[in-house]
Every structure is written in structure tokens, then in C-alpha cells.
Design a protein around this ligand. Structure first.
Ligand SMILES: [Zn+2]
Length: 320
């Protein structure tokens, strides 16, 4: 479908809303000397959103905001949706819950961008709270959707199979049509934008993190949208011994290594609280500027915490 014609005329924001531009070295020094940021802690698990009250709370509207360069937050209060813009078209990562779509659309418009300019929609993983809104956003924008082969199957079917640790308990999603498959390490392009898929399976078999560069004038940073790494499952699923997903533990460990090794100046996550989104936004808007977003240790700490949580989960499965 063509772009939404009811939208207001195109109004591009200036490249940056930040008042201060610092050289990267200064940003890193400030980040290193800033008050200690608590370790990113994977969770809360998405299953909590199966309950109506938690789901409504997760979907609470949130004002959109600028993160860095051409990267913006357009999600809701408990679920991230990230817009990356260029004069040749935009990229949107994650569509959140089906009922999040009006909020995401309103946020995109409030920033002065147009849903019809989204040319590519990507997904962290295919659970209903991150992929539930993608079909509607695809229809509204006419964007292509791309995902790992395993995620693409789930997105097109509208439900996962027994290889999903949450199979049987995660709600279905609206099926997405014509999903393009991407390889691990593949870079996709929209206009001047380049975004690379890094497979980070474990939470789901097709889970994918995405990484790109955003620049403010000549200062470029590596941004990582790291997928959920929580070992959350339906009742009875054992990560340590499961016929539906026998490689789950190996996949998790590979994902921890992948995220730990990525160039990573700014970590973003599908559940914004997991990567301290709100304290960072508070600091960014109260004087710290871009340095509030930068923490070159965040991806490694995120992976480390996730690894510890997997260890606890496997210990709890011992003897079962
Ligand atoms: Zn999930």
C-alpha cells in the first residue's frame, strides 16, 4: 500500500536536538566518569504482558524522543520501537503490541516524520509484544519487512512452533506478508542507511540484534539494538533438554559472545527499562546531552548479566 496520505506534510527535524556536541573521546570520558549505571538486567519477561493490566501498562503512551543523530524512540512506555531516518527513507525496528500501533504512528508524526517514509521494518524477535504491530505498520507504510529465516517463518504464519521456548503460551500475532529473509551479518540498505543483522538466538530461535551507525555532524557512534536474552519459557520447557529447540543453550552462549564483541557505544533493548532507557533520557534532557546515551561497556554487561541468568535457569533445571 502507498504511504498514508492523511499525514501532515513532511517536516524533517534538524539533524540533532542536542545542544552540545562533544568529540567522541570526550563523550567516552564523560561516560566513564558519569555516575555508575546499574547493570542492564534482562527482564521483566514478556509473559507478564499476557495479563490485561500489565499489557495496558506496557502499552502506556510515551512521548517520542531523540536518542542520537538520526535515531529516535517512537515506542510506548514498556516496549521499544526505534525509528532511523534518512532523506531516502526510514527504518523502523519493532512494532510492539497490536494496540501499540496508534501510539507508534502518533509518535512518528509528532517528531515530524511520516509513516509512508518507512521503507524497511525489522524485528528483534517474533513474540507478540514486539511483532504484534508489524502487520498493521506494514500495511500503513508499504514497507518491506525483513527477518532471519526462522523469525520470517513465524511472522508469516502468525504463530511460533515447538522450537519457541514460549510455544503454547505466547499469543499469536497478525501474519506479516512477504517477509524477506536475511543472513547473519547481512547489511540492509535504505537510502543512505545501513543496518546489520546479528543473530542472537536463545530467547527465540530466530532472535536478531541490529546494529548501525548514527552521526551528529562528524561524530558517529555504533548503536546496538540487542534482542531479549531472557531464558523464559512456557511451563515444562527445559532449556537444558528440549527436543523442540535442542540448540537453545548453545545459541544463548553464542549470542552472549556476539553481543560482547560488537562495537557498541549505545545499547538499546526491546524492553527499554532493561538498558536503563529512562535514567539515561533523564540525564540527556537535564544537561548531560549525548554523553548520557553512551556507555561502551553496556553491551558486555548486558551479555554478562544474561549469561548469569541463564546459569541460574540451568541450575534450576538440574535433575528435572
Ligand atoms: Zn519475548
Amino acid at each position: 500500500m502507498p504511504g498514508d496520505r492523511s499525514e501532515p506534510p513532511l517536516r524533517r527535524l534538524p539533524g540533532s536536538l542536542m545542544l552540545v556536541l562533544l568529540p567522541i573521546a570526550a563523550v567516552q570520558v564523560i561516560a566513564a566518569t558519569a555516575p555508575a549505571i546499574p547493570s542492564p538486567a534482562p527482564g521483566p519477561p514478556s509473559p507478564s504482558l499476557r495479563f490485561d493490566s500489565a499489557r495496558a501498562e506496557g502499552n502506556a503512551p510515551h512521548e517520542p524522543f531523540h536518542i542520537y543523530g538520526n535515531t529516535y524512540y517512537v515506542g510506548v512506555g514498556g516496549l521499544s520501537s526505534i525509528l532511523i531516518t534518512s532523506s531516502g527513507g526510514d527504518i523502523l525496528i519493532d512494532g510492539d503490541l497490536p494496540e501499540s500501533v496508534p501510539n507508534i504512528v502518533a509518535n512518528i508524526r509528532a517528531l515530524g516524520f511520516r509513516v509512508g517514509d518507512i521503507k524497511l521494518i525489522l524485528n528483534s524477535h517474533d513474540h507478540f509484544d514486539h511483532a504484534g504491530g508489524i502487520a498493521a505498520l506494514q500495511r500503513m507504510s508499504g514497507a518491506r519487512v525483513a527477518a532471519s529465516k526462522l523469525s520470517a517463518q513465524v511472522l508469516e504464519q502468525g504463530h511460533s512452533g515447538p522450537d519457541d521456548p514460549q510455544y503454547g503460551s505466547a499469543p499469536p500475532i497478525a501474519p506479516v506478508r512477504g517477509v524477506q529473509t536475511v543472513h547473519d551479518g547481512e547489511t540492509l540498505h535504505v537510502g543512505s542507511l545501513a543496518i546489520t543483522a546479528r543473530f542472537t538466538a536463545g530467547h527465540t530461535p530466530g532472535g536478531t540484534s541490529w546494529t548501525w551507525k548514527s552521526c551528529e555532524q562528524e561524530l558517529c557512534v555504533d548503536i546496538v539494538y540487542a534482542d531479549s536474552l531472557t531464558p523464559v519459557s512456557a511451563d515444562g520447557f527445559l532449556f537444558s533438554n528440549n527436543k523442540g529447540y535442542p540448540g537453545a543453550v548453545d545459541d544463548f552462549r553464542k549470542s552472549f559472545a556476539t553481543l560482547s564483541a560488537l562495537p557498541c557505544d549505545i545499547l538499546l533493548t526491546p524492553h527499554p527499562g532493561v538498558s536503563d532507557m529512562w535514567p539515561r533520557l533523564e540525564r540527556a534532557t537535564h544537561g548531560a546531552g549525548p554523553s548520557a546515551w553512551v556507555d561502551t561497556t553496556a553491551c558486555r554487561r548486558y551479555a554478562q548479566t544474561a549469561s548469569e541468568n541463564l546459569g541460574k535457569r540451568l541450575a534450576s533445571e538440574a535433575g528435572k
